[in-house]
Design a protein around this ligand. Structure first.
Ligand code: BES
Ligand code: ZN
Length: 865
């Protein structure tokens, strides 16, 4: 029953749109818009009903007329169409009293709508022009919100050509997917901007933006015009993005061997934006912090983020825009792929960043965590309703998608992989695909059984744990699905078998031993050497459980850095995960962590810190928490003294990232000297004396907040209100969540929902309070109390609501799990149902972990001191 109801949200399919002639006229003061469209459709079988998507739009009139086809007299019109809206399916249906014969028809519709403040559909975004508050109109259509801007056939496979015209006030600029073909002045005082027809494309990729902008521009060597648009006064901050975009576009042109097809590529910074960025064909929109770089005030990590986001969105111009998934079930073809190739492009542009080593925690790691829950989903997942579609923009579609692509790329080799992509893109250009089409392309080029190998990686939830047993001459391996939660593991009946690319590196040889294991278990002869490390380079999407002796043997190459950073990271990451799941005593992981005492790599430190932080939050109410802090401080001591506070000339690219990471860790674990230094820098800033280097601001603000009171809090609030740079606002916002006093944390949360914080920025502040051990309960109470407003603002689509709720998974008692479960039974969270289940699963898992290991952790820590 439920299933068929869900399926009925799909359009019936007997009407095919071919072209939309669309005119929109936004009213930037009244927050409404007026629209007219002619849709050229083919009616495939005679019908009395025309059904299309339409949401929160008022249709003023509709006429259906036929062209000179199908032997009918020209100019025939079907007027007086009756119409009904259906809120559930987000559609409108036009009913004709007579049967409309099959053939080519034009549908002429006049409509009006509201420029909403929900950051979806056609919406308004506020900005300052000098001292005057202004609004722009802009769009966010993915996944299912084009229907909020104009009645349309809003499914990705119903591609069409769009002829867009915007009627705009004189002082504004209009941007859409292509370049203007004409600009005329209308007698009403408006300017009429008509754009060249778009390529054949999906509705979710259309964009219109109207506002006061300034811009920078340049050209690729192939002649594509590239522009970066900002609100008045900010265009110089677009310089870095412009350079990145030009070089990235040139790289993709060559890599895919298909030229970018439009004459122009615009990148637009939008002050209110729901996600990080959106790949609209030729008119990519960004939140300001994902596009703008201010050389004086932007951190290394923000700059890196900008480069990655640009590379990601530009990858979509091919993967997603040129070739599009047939339906949202295959969303990962877009997002997983773009999340993989963004690294390839950034590595090409900035080789010294060694960006691939960050993949291991940012994507592989994120995916391994989420996908270790029972409440995960297969990469290819059945979805019907917009709520379900919004939910799958998660680490499974993005990061697991990217990780399994990387695994395949390694397996096929660079060239075959690239040629497979080229073949796929050329074969399906301007069309739609399923996952199988990608596998077929790789098979054709490589002659390897890709479909068979990949089937369970994308078709089944979860991933394998490879358990290793050694004998004198053999390595025996067996696989079973990995769960981070012990209760979930114990309940599981999953018997999935994955095709696992095995690679074993050893002290004795620089070349790994490789094989593909497609059975439940396998045996290989044991390579020689004092130590063996499986999953070389962490390119496989699985975890490894070593026997105690093998793990012990790995301590030496970790200490001596005989293993590359990614492998050092992998060993400790897998160990933390096994402790969480109850397959390795937590004390043994802490034991292993000690061998990272001389660690110098940023990415490895990220993994260590995140593992220890999890244990810290687990035992936050135990007496021996201070012993864990002491343990952390001893571990950090060498690296903290090595990196210091001062940036050195010519230091490694990632040192500033490492510095801010370990200094914060030292401070938060109670290192007085570090805290005092942070306070000193802050004091100078307060007096207006010395600005703090951008890379240190996060550490300084957070440590000052952790150790500060009312005075510091008020300083931050004041600074937040007057700050113009979005990135800096975010930094301050996070600091607001790091105070210790409950009263201040409550204030921070109230502030996050006040008029001084944009809707888009509330989750950043809330997440910070959640992550603070003093703030968790306060955050939860706040969510409960404000659930109505939160739902109004953030529910129904996007991933904002999930972001706000997910941190609740850090609780660690069954009572809390029950409370949360009861609460959401009463207040269902549309678009975040799976997130709530994940939260509950994590809490039960934490509770079991605490029960299992807490005492031993306490004893072990006490023995250390
Ligand atoms: N297509 C997405 C934007 C999007 C996200 C639309 C969610 C609808 C719902 C875009 O390509 C994207 O993935 N943006 C990322 C940034 C990227 C670098 C991972 C984002 O917004 O977080
Ligand atoms: Zn994307």
């Amino acid at each position: 029953m439920k299933n068929s109801k869900q399926k009925s949200v799909r359009l019936p399919g007997h009407i095919v749109p071919e072209r939309y002639r669309l005119m929109l006229k936004p009213d930037l003061e009244g927050f409404t818009f007026y629209g007219e469209e002619t849709i050229y459709i083919t009616i495939v079988k005679p019908t009395k009903e025309i059904m299309m998507h339409c949401k929160d739009i008022q249709i003023e009139s509709v006429v259906c007329s036929n062209l000179k086809f199908e032997n009918l007299p020209a100019g025939r019109q079907v007027e007086n169409l009756k119409l009904t809206y259906n809120e559930k399916t987000e559609t409108v249906t036009f009913f004709s009293s007579q049967i409309i014969p099959k053939g080519k028809w034009e549908l002429h519709i006049v409509f009006t709508g509201i420029l909403n403040d929900k950051m979806r559909g056609f919406y308004r975004s506020q900005y300052m022009h000098g001292n005057i508050s202004k609004h722009m109109a802009t769009t966010q259509f993915e996944a299912t919100d084009a229907r909020r801007a104009f009645p349309c056939f809003d499914e990705p496979a119903l591609k069409a050509v769009f002829d867009v015209t915007l009627m705009i006030p004189q002082n504004t600029t209009a941007i859409s997917n292509t370049i203007e073909s004409s600009i005329t002045e209308h007698q009403s005082g408006y300017r009429v901007v008509t754009f060249q027809p778009t390529p054949k494309m999906s509705t979710y990729l259309l964009a219109f933006i109207v506002g006061e902008f300034e811009w920078l521009e340049g050209k690729t060597k192939e002649g594509t015009l590239v522009r970066v648009f900002t609100t008045p006064g900010k265009k110089e901050q677009g310089r870095f993005a412009l350079n990145c975009a030009i070089k990235t576009l040139e790289f993709y042109n060559a890599y895919f061997d298909i030229p970018y097809p439009l004459p122009v590529l615009d990148l637009i910074a939008i002050p209110d934006f729901t996600s990080g960025a959106m790949e609209n064909w030729g008119a990519v929109t960004y939140r300001e912090s994902a596009l703008l770089v201010d050389p004086e005030n932007s951190s290394t990590s923000n700059k890196q983020w900008v480069a990655l986001v640009i590379a990601h969105e530009l990858a979509h111009q091919w993967f997603g825009n040129l070739v599009t998934m047939h339906w949202w079930t295959d969303l990962w073809l877009n997002e997983g792929f773009a999340s993989y190739i963004e690294y390839l492009a950034v590595n090409e542009l900035f080789p010294t960043w060694e960006i691939w080593t960050q993949f291991a925690f940012a994507d592989l790691g994120a995916a391994l965590h989420l996908d270790s829950l029972k409440n995960t989903h297969p990469i290819e997942v059945q979805v019907h309703h917009p709520d379900e579609i919004g939910e799958i923009f998660d680490a499974v579609s993005y990061s697991k998608g990217a990780s399994v692509i990387r695994m395949l790329a390694e397996f096929l080799g660079e060239k075959k992989f690239r040629d497979g992509l080229r073949y796929y893109l050329k074969k399906h250009a301007y069309g739609n695909t399923h996952t199988i089409d990608l596998w077929k392309a790789f098979e054709k080029i490589s002659n390897k059984p890709v479909t068979k190998m990949m089937a369970n990686w994308t078709g089944k939830p979860g991933y394998p744990l490879l358990t290793v047993v050694e004998s004198k001459s053999l390595l025996k391996m067996s696989q079973s699905r990995f769960y981070s939660s012990q209760p979930s593991r114990k309940e599981s009946k999953d018997t999935t078998i994955w095709s696992i690319p095995i690679s074993v590196m050893s002290s004795a040889s620089s070349r790994p031993v490789s094989s593909l294991m497609s059975q439940k278990s396998g045996v290989i002869s044991k390579p020689k050497g004092q130590w063996l490390k499986l999953n070389m380079g962490q390119t496989g999407f699985y975890r490894v459980d070593y026997p105690a002796q093998m793990l012990q043997a790995l301590q030496t190459p970790i200490k001596m850095k005989k293993l590359p950073p990614t492998d050092r990271l992998g060993i400790i990451g897998d160990a933390f995960a096994l402790a969480e799941s109850g397959q390795l005593p937590t004390t043994q992981v802490l034991e292993l962590v000690s061998s990272y005492n001389g660690e110098t790599d940023y990415t490895v430190w990220v993994e260590i810190v995140s593992g220890i932080s999890k244990i810290k939050s687990l035992i936050e109410n135990e007496k021996f928490i201070s012993a864990l802090k002491q343990f952390s401080l001893e571990l950090l001591e060498p690296i903290v003294s090595q990196v210091g506070w001062e940036a050195q000339k010519g230091e490694h690219y990632s040192t500033p990232l490492l510095r801010s990471l370990v200094l914060f860790q030292a401070g938060t674990n109670g290192h007085n000297q570090t805290i005092e230094h942070a306070q000193k820098l802050f004091g100078q800033l307060q007096k207006g004396k010395a600005p703090i280097p951008a890379d240190l601001r996060g550490v300084v603000y957070n440590l000052v907040a952790e150790n500060g009171g009312e005075k510091e809090f008020n300083f931050f609030i004041k600074k937040y209100k007057t700050e113009i740079l979005h990135e800096e606002k975010n930094r301050i916002g996070r600091a607001l969540g790091q105070f210790k006093k409950p009263a201040l944390l409550k204030k921070a949360l109230n502030f996050s929902m006040s008029k001084d914080v944009r809707f888009q920025d509330m989750p950043g502040i809330a997440t910070s309070v959640w992550s603070n051990s003093q703030g968790r309960e306060i955050a939860w109470t706040f969510m409960k109390k404000n659930i109505k407003v939160i739902m109004e603002r953030y529910a129904l689509g996007g991933h904002m609501l999930s972001r706000i709720l997910a941190p609740a998974g850090q609780f660690n008692t069954e009572t809390k799990a029950k409370e949360i479960s009861d609460f959401f039974k009463k207040h269902p969270a549309p678009g975040a149902a799976r997130t709530v289940n994940q939260v509950l699963e994590k809490i039960y898992s934490n509770a079991a972990w605490l029960k299992r290991d807490s005492k031993a952790i306490g004893n072990w820590l006490n023995e250390q001191s």
